[in-house]
Design a binder for this molecule. Sequence first.
Ligand code: AMP
Length: 213
Amino acid sequence: MNLILFGPPGVGKGTQGERLASEQGIQHMAMGDLLRAAVRDGTDAGLKAKIFMDGGKLVPDDVVVAMIEEKISADKDAGFLLDGFPRNVAQAEALDAMLAKHGVVVDHVVFMDAPEDNLIERLCGRLICSACGFGFHRQYSPPQKSGYCDRCNGELYQREDDREDVIAHRLEVYREQTEPLLGYYQGRSGFSKIDASGEMDLVYTGLKQAVEN
Ligand code: AMP
């Protein structure tokens, strides 16, 4: 199965996407994670991306498109869940062209949505494990031991771009550049929209129904 998950920052694409991809036995390709790894490793792409990411802006299309093409073409038959890519119409067009070139078909495109105050609350309280990347929330899913990951005991941190001022900008970028993807994908077979404002298991049930239909 190949699928695309998109929606605003903080809607839960990462958490839900990771769960679905692991259950389906497909690769979870989270663009933000790939970029953060490139920044950590100091690659050319990472060096280019960092300044945009810190400011809550989109990294230039040529950088992200090349990274995704490398991942997809490395194992075309493995199945993928794209999370955070595409993030604008130009990227969606580049993705379509790339998939056609490699003979790969997207089975589902799922748009996850939630009200803005909900997104801000989730992003402001988010904590990430520095070792395994697992996400927690100060209020809604706190770690058992404060500051440390339940899974691997790694240290938890708050992302630079989860500061309130950067969050506001990310949401603005989302509305201007990513939301138009709705017009691009709506009407395609395999498109669905789910309400992601509820509790985690409930959202996951909605997501599963969307990809099983
Ligand atoms: P995320 O982890 O999905 O919230 O992404 C974190 C940051 O990575 C974003 O705010 C952007 O700066 C950058 N980023 C992630 N995905 C993309 C993309 N498809 N295009 C451009 N920039 C991206």
